[in-house]
Structures are given as C-alpha cells and as structure tokens.
Design a protein around this ligand. Structure first.
Ligand SMILES: Nc1nc2c(ncn2[C@@H]2O[C@H](COP(=O)(O)OP(=O)(O)O)[C@@H](O)[C@H]2O)c(=O)[nH]1
Ligand SMILES: [Mg+2]
Length: 293
C-alpha cells in the first residue's frame, strides 16, 4: 500500500478547493468566486485501490497585508509545504498574474516534486489553445508533470489522481478507512455558513466576518446546532441580518438543506450575529475563533 501527503497551493481563486473536492469526491472545502474563501489548512483523504492520499488545501498565498488574519493565512499556506510528498501548484489556464509569479518564487525552496495544474480548461472551447500555454509555463521550473484539467467539470481529475498515487511512497494508511475529512462537524457547519455568506455578500464584508459553532447536539436523527456570525461593526451586523431578517434567514435555510443532504437526517440550525470590534487584527480573538498556527 502507498500513502502520502499532497499540498495544493496557488494564488487565490484559481480553484484549489474545487480541485480538492473533485479529487476526494465530496465537498470537504468550501468554494466561492471570491479570493481568500479558504482560511485554514483543510485536509481531505482520497482512498484509492493502491493506497491513500491526504490532500492539504491551503488559503491562497496573497500579498502581505499587515492584518493578523492575513498573516495567519499566508503562514498556513507556506507551512503546508514542509514534509509533503508532492506539491500541486494550481494556476488558471491562460491567466498568469504577479501573484502566480510570487507563488512560483516561494516554491523555489520546496524540495518535494512540484506538479503544475492548469485548471479551468473548460473555459477553452478550442483545446489546441492550451498547447502554447503549456509550452510557456513548462520552462519556469522543473515540474514533476504538467496537467491541464477542469476541477469543476471533473475533466482529467482521475488522471491526476493516478499520477499522484504512483508517486506516493509505500507506507501504512494515515487515516482510518472511509474517513475523508479531518475536521469535526462543528467546523463543517461554521464553514458552510461562511460559504453562503461569502457567496451572498458583496466586496469587503466577507473578510470582516467569521463563524463560530456554539452548540451542537444530536438527538437520534435530529441535529441541533447554533452558530454565531461575528462581524467587526454594528453596520455590518445590520447587513448580515438583512431587511426583516431576510438575509440571515436565507443563509440559514440553504445551510440547513445542505447539512441535511450531507448527514441524511433532520437539522435544526439557529444563527446569531454579534459584533467583536477589530477581531481580524486581534491575536486573542483569532485564537478563540480557531485561527492559530
Ligand atoms: N470554469 C471553471 N471554474 C472553476 C473551476 N474550478 C473552480 N472554479 C471556480 O472558481 C472559483 C474559485 O474556486 P475555489 O475552489 O474557491 O478557488 P480557491 O480560492 O483557489 O480555493 C469558484 O467560483 C469556482 O466555482 C473550473 O475548473 N472551471
Ligand atoms: Mg480555497
């Protein structure tokens, strides 16, 4: 049997979390069309015939910002590159930016083999257009492989999984059979609520909030949970609640439905909004909300 660890890195929004979900076949990491949706190192396990691969999804590496939350996210991404068997550098096919360049620079110190993934190839109706793109990226460093794929459509994802499995060292499983995620249900609930907020709220607000699952109780087939959405200011609280509570209600309903289809049982979910001024730059608050090295 083979087993090993694969880190998924890249700038924000290239589809790292979508790729993780496609590789392990279930939603492990939340996604949104906004940068910096992922804040933690999220692990998802692929149980294959030949062995096991533990994928580590990371917050996108982004330009240094003085805020403590941003520093936490950049560190989480960089630290995930130690002691991995393969690193996947995910880029968007046909779009190379300064931020991609910055990630490439960081990868210079990585000793593990690095595979280049060109994601979002579904955006190209003419697949011949990919060839010159691949040729341009190929000489940037030594790649273990260059793989065009679509995380969203699932194209070539199996080929990538096979390629990675062949590169895993021999060893015992790192996770028990059948376990796909490393985090607990409370974290899943917080993340799903945050995903709905990321997708519904405009511009800056998603970056000023975090979600904390406060209580979690199972009664037979019923799951009772309550979660707090923490924002930085009173004005933000009003927006999250929405007119007559409409926004909060919609967030709660969509999250509940998703949790029900995920768990196969009934879910009762209560959401609250509270203000914690300046939490994104407050080390104590960050630790409390689960952002710690
Ligand atoms: N068209 C297309 N969109 C994708 C693909 N993979 C991800 N996306 C979209 O890109 C956005 C960012 O994806 P996400 O996985 O959150 O990116 P991350 O920030 O790198 O983790 C989301 O809107 C995804 O639906 C893909 O293969 N094709
Ligand atoms: Mg992500």
């Amino acid at each position: 049997m083979r087993s090993g660890i694969v880190a998924i890195v890249g700038r924000p929004n290239v589809g790292k979390s979508s790729l993780l979900n496609a590789l392990v076949g279930q939603k492990v990491s939340i996604t949104a069309p906004k940068p910096q949706t992922t804040r933690h190192r999220i692990q998802g396990v692929l149980h294959g015939e030949g062995g096991q691969i533990v994928f580590v999804d990371t917050p996108g590496m982004h330009r240094a910002s003085p805020k403590a939350l941003n520093k936490f996210m950049n560190d989480a991404a960089s630290n995930s590159l130690h002691d991995v068997d393969v690193a996947l550098f995910v880029v968007e096919a046909g779009r190379w930016t300064d931020e991609d360049q910055a990630v490439l620079e960081r990868l210079k110190t990585v000793t593990a083999p690095v595979g280049l993934v060109l994601n979002k190839v579904d955006k190209f109706s003419d697949k011949h257009a990919l060839l010159p793109i691949m040729e341009k990226l190929a000489p940037l460093r030594e790649w273990a492989f260059v793989m065009p794929l679509s995380a969203l459509k699932g194209a070539n994802v199996n080929v990538l999984a096979k390629q990675l499995m062949d590169r895993m060292p021999e060893g015992p499983p790192l996770y028990p059979e059948g376990q796909v995620v490393s985090h607990d249900l409370g974290f899943t609930i917080s993340e799903l609520v945050r995903e709905k907020l990321m997708r519904s709220l405009a511009q800056e607000l998603p970056y000023a909030l975090t979600v904390e699952t406060e209580a979690l109780e199972k009664e037979g087939n019923l799951l009772k949970a309550s979660a707090v959405i923490w924002v930085e200011r009173e004005g933000q609280k009003k927006i999250v609640i929405g007119e007559d509570g409409s926004m909060l209600k919609r967030i709660g309903t969509t999250t509940r439905r998703e949790l029900e289809s995920m768990t196969g049982g009934k879910v009762f979910l209560k959401l609250w909004v509270r203000v914690k001024e300046g939490w994104t730059d407050d080390p104590k608050a960050l630790t409390r909300f689960g952002y710690e090295g």
